[in-house]
Design a protein around this ligand. Sequence first.
Ligand SMILES: Nc1ncnc2c1ncn2[C@@H]1O[C@H](COP(=O)(O)OP(=O)(O)OP(=O)(O)O)[C@@H](O)[C@H]1O
Ligand SMILES: [Mg+2]
Length: 249
Amino acid sequence: MIKLENVRKSLSGREILKGVTFEIPKGNTFVIIGRSGTGKSVTIRHVVGLMKPDSGKVFMDGQDISDPETVDLPALRSKIGLLFQEGALLASLTVGENVALPLVENERPSEEEVKERVAEALRRVEMAEDHHKYPSEISGGMKKRVGLARAIIRRPEIMLYDEPTSGLDPVMATTINLLVRKMQKDLGVTSIVVTHDMESAFMVGDQIGMLYQGKIIEVGTPEEIRTSSNPIVRQFIKGDVEGPITTAG
Ligand SMILES: Nc1ncnc2c1ncn2[C@@H]1O[C@H](COP(=O)(O)OP(=O)(O)OP(=O)(O)O)[C@@H](O)[C@H]1O
Ligand SMILES: [Mg+2]
C-alpha cells in the first residue's frame, strides 16, 4: 500500500505540489498523468525518500516514510525498483554491469547468481544479446529498457516507472506495457507509472490520477477517465489546444 496525504512541496521558492493525495492498494497500478513540469517526477521522488514533503505525509505499508527520524531508507529502497526518466546508466560500465549494480551493491550474490539474474532481467526487456555493450553504443530506447532491467533485478515489491514508454517505438512501447502488467500479475508488484502516453495509461492502469496545478484533480479507472466530464481531463486526454488548460497551467 502506498498513500500520499496532502503532500506539499516548494522548490526554488515555487510551490510545485499543493496538497497531493492518493492511495494505491497493494498489487495495484496507479498511473499519474499530467503536463510536462506539473510535478510528476517530483511526486515519485517523495515515494522513494529522495525528497521530503514540506508538509503532509507519505505512507508505505502503513509506515510513515516522510519522517526522516524514523525511516530506514536502505530497507525502504530495497523494496522499490525505480525506472528513472533519463535512464541514468553509468557510462563506464557495460549494460550487464549496469543491470547487476543494485544486486552486487546490496546483496552478496555468487558470481553465477549475478550472471543468471542479469540474463533473466535482460531477457525480460529483450536486451540479452547486448549485455557486453556500453551505454554509448546503444539507442535511447535501448537505454530505457536496460534501466528497466536494472530496476527489476532485485525483484521489488514496488515499482516506480517514470515515463517508461517515452522514446520507444510503438511495438516496444507495447512490450514494456505488457511487462508492467506481467510484473503486477506474476509478482504482485504495486506500481506507480508516470506518463503522458494515454494509450499506455489506459493499458496498464487500474486507476489513473491527473495531476494539475499541484493537485490530483481526478482519479478513476481507465474507463472513468476516458469518459470523464471534467473539461481539464477531457482536454488533456484528447490533446486539444483549446480548453481550460493554458500554457501556464
Ligand atoms: N530539484 C529541483 N529544484 C528546483 N526545481 C525543481 C527541482 N526538481 C523539479 N523542479 C521543478 O519542479 C517542477 C516539476 O518538475 P517535474 O520534474 O516533477 O515535472 P514533470 O511533471 O515530471 O515533467 P515532465 O513530464 O517534463 O517530466 C518543474 O517546474 C521543475 O522545474
Ligand atoms: Mg518527469
